[in-house]
Design a protein around this ligand. Structure first.
Ligand code: HEM
Length: 219
């Protein structure tokens, strides 16, 4: 019965083809360093899942943000664990994405025909860093407040448009409730939407072109 249903669906949706091209595709003989893209993807999924759980209790307003994080740590069952994973996972993801980029650089995987895969990777790296920057403010404690003050100040050193960038980031002259809601929106909606879409393109390119192999000495 189940196999009948599966066959019926397969004929219409091409499930076998999807399975073959995603999970059963041929890969060259590679090593550990070629698995870090998949690890980046895994970490992104973990960040997404723990982030959704944190959002149940987190309140993005200056009056309640700090207390809501305290409550997650001390009042919610396993809240400390979920926040801990999200907190350390963020740093780990930046590190792993960076090493993944270095790997594709050193194996020259950015060359034809994979230039576009590299370009989408650049967007993923910048978005991952953006997630770290916007997430850091959310606990609204002294450290996050002053780190964001300094970070947005640094953005202000860009020639000509620096002041404008600082004001757009802060939503005014100084950090305020506007900054917090702005960073929250970018952290939970804008950047995740960009990352999901761009990972889709990145993965499509990898499936379409296949993975590169370790360059030989004479190459
Ligand atoms: C969220 C971030 C990222 C995710 C989830 C991701 C995911 C992946 C995955 C699963 C692969 C397959 C091979 C492997 O696992 O190593 C891959 C390959 C590749 N990635 Fe990424 N990646 C990310 C960021 C980047 C960045 C920052 C760059 C460079 C700027 C980049 C450039 C490439 C290139 C050129 C390939 C092709 C490698 C080959 O064919 O050997 N990726 N990526």
């Amino acid at each position: 019965m189940t196999s009948k249903i599966m066959n019926w669906l397969d004929e219409r949706l091409g499930l076998t083809e999807i399975y073959d091209s995603i999970l059963d595709r041929k890969v060259p003989k590679v090593n550990f360093w070629f698995t870090l893209g998949s690890l980046s993807l895994f970490l992104f999924v973990i960040q997404g899942i723990t982030g959704v759980f944190l959002m149940i209790y987190y309140v993005p307003s200056p009056d309640h943000a700090f207390e809501s994080v305290e409550y997650i740590m001390n009042g919610v069952a396993f809240g400390w664990l979920i926040r801990g994973i999200h907190h350390w996972g963020a740093s780990l993801m930046v590190l792993i994405v960076f090493i993944h980029m270095l790997r594709t650089f050193f194996t020259a995987s950015y060359k034809f025909p994979r230039e576009f895969t590299w370009m989408t990777g650049v967007i993923l790296l910048l978005s991952t860093l953006g997630m770290g920057f916007t997430g850091y403010l959310l606990p609204w404690n002294q450290r996050s407040y002053w780190a964001t003050t300094v970070g947005t100040e640094i953005a202000g050193t860009v020639p000509l448009i620096g002041d404008f960038i600082t004001r757009v980031l802060r939503g005014g002259e100084d950090l305020s409730a506007v900054t917090l809601t702005r960073f929250f929106a970018v952290h939970v909606w804008f950047l995740p939407a960009i990352i999901i879409a761009v990972i889709g393109i990145h993965m499509y390119m990898i499936i379409r072109l296949g993975e590169s192999s370790i360059p030989k000495e004479e190459e």
